[in-house]
Design a protein around this ligand. Structure first.
Ligand SMILES: Cc1ncc(COP(=O)(O)O)c(C=O)c1O
Length: 441
């Protein structure tokens, strides 16, 4: 046991984890998720909001597989539902009771005007489908998205990505336009909300006027930006973007892959702004970790051809019986265990705790969040974001105390499973406090 914490039994990575990684490394292609690479963890199993590695070290999880493990790990009802379905049948596109129930359950929680759901297996695939459908419905081709936005890594979604992830990967799909998001802590116009009068939306309008052929099929937006650092825009921003889409006769696609199903303390992220999107892309919590995503659309939009012709909107794995069972179990658990309400209450506690930490640790700044979708920035004395090397020190200091974080980048995202409770939030805050003190020393 180290001096740090009873969570951690060995040096990190422990001997069994190290040996297993050594077997994997020569065969696994590079480029897998940063957190897996940096942590060196080899997972033995998970329990609730904890991951247990091969050496018996237990990590409290502030990451949740980047919002995928909304129900945490090893949830008995979820495991039973998937095991049961596996024993019956697991693949194919025929109607199954599991899929019928899944569709009914999504319908129960979805905005009333969004009636039709098509299922896929990954987020990018759902966003690609949304773009195809927007083109079919409007007869137009161009798409506007936002700086900092992340919608996947396929060719179409890459062109809508507002970060340097796409560098070196051109040419990008034509007809794709990007404009600043209301990331007010780092406003590119150096203005301040609300005095700015949402200059970013005025800029987007001008951009469309001057740069496009005025054939905008869709505006694609994360209601709150995940990959950019769990960024929360003012609610008027999404309202103004929705109004702009209307002006242009374009569809508003809200990418709810991360924000959906309770993460932000409401069922969907866009509900915080009270807008009515034409389409939602869904995933992550939707299947509680099973790879299922979805595109939820207006009745009239879903009819557009050729998207709606037989086999035009489908995919190999989309809506298979296991996916149906996963959605059914995930949404039942979210409802029965009141996880949306829990995200709102525990998230508020965690956010207030982080704000208190910021009073003692000047490096911790810009605490923001809704529900269990929380972010903060790591800043140096001059107000610049920490280098990745400095972030890694904090990440490692947390890990050594048994806390798994996304502090390996300076815009830190905090998004534990939706089951996270107040005691776990307090433990995470204590560890972060100690780790920040370590790093400062
Ligand atoms: C908002 C959003 N959209 C789309 C995606 C892409 O999903 P996938 O990695 O399953 O393709 C992600 C992935 O993190 C995401 O956060």
């Amino acid at each position: 046991m180290t001096a740090h914490s009873p969570r951690i039994q060995t040096s990190l990575p422990g001997p069994k984890c190290k040996a297993m990684r050594e077997r994997e490394t020569p065969h696994l292609a590079p480029g897998f998720q940063a957190i897996a690479a940096h942590s060196g963890i080899v997972v033995d199993h998970g329990e609730g909001c904890e991951i247990v590695d091969l050496d018996g070290n237990r990590f409290l999880d502030l990451v949740a597989g980047i919002c995928v493990a909304a129900l945490g790990y090893g949830h008995k009802r979820y495991v039973a539902a998937l095991s049961d379905q596996m024993a019956r049948t697991h693949c194919g596109s025929f109607t199954t009771e599991a899929r019928v129930k899944a569709l009914e359950q999504v319908h129960e929680v979805a905005p009333r005007h969004l009636t039709r759901l098509q299922l896929y297996s990954g987020g990018s695939e759902a966003v690609e489908s949304a773009i195809r459908l927007a083109r079919c419905h409007t007869g137009k081709t161009e798409v506007l998205s936002f700086w900092g936005g992340f919608h996947g890594k396929t060719s179409g979604t890459l062109a809508q990505m507002g970060s340097d992830f796409k560098h070196g990967l051109g040419p990008l799909a034509p007809g794709s336009y990007l404009t600043p998001y209301a990331d007010c802590d780092f406003c590119p116009f150096r203005t301040t909300y609300p005095a700015c009068g949402l200059l970013c939306v005025d800029f987007a309008r001008e951009k469309i006027k001057r740069e496009t052929t005025h054939r905008v099929a869709a505006i694609l937006i994360e209601p709150m930006q995940g990959t950019a650092g769990n960024v929360i825009p003012p609610r008027e921003f999404l309202q103004a973007v929705a109004a702009l889409a209307k002006e242009l006769g374009a569809l508003l696609i809200c990418d709810e892959m991360i924000c959906g199903f309770g993460r932000t303390g409401k069922m969907f992220g866009h509900l915080h702004a009270g807008v009515e999107p034409d389409m939602l892309t869904l995933g992550k919590a939707l299947g509680g970790g099973f790879p299922v995503s979805g595109l939820l659309v207006r009745e009239d939009v879903a009819k557009a051809e050729p998207w709606s012709k037989p086999s035009f909107s489908s995919s190999s794995y989309g809506g298979n019986p296991l996916a149906g069972a996963a959605i059914g179990a995930s949404l039942s658990i979210i409802r029965d265990e009141r996880l949306v309400e829990n995200a709102a209450a525990t998230g508020e506690h965690l956010k207030l705790g982080l704000a208190r930490l910021a009073e003692h640790h000047p490096a911790l700044a810009h605490v923001r969040g809704e529900g269990l979708f929380i972010g903060f920035d790591l800043l140096d004395e001059r107000g610049a974001l920490w280098s990745h090397a400095r972030c890694r020190e904090l990440f490692t200091a947390c890990l050594k105390r048994g806390l798994l974080t996304m502090a390996y980048a300076p815009r830190v995202r905090v998004n534990p499973p939706l089951l996270f409770n107040v005691a776990q939030a307090d433990e995470a805050l204590n560890i972060l406090d100690a780790a920040l003190t370590d790093v400062r020393a």
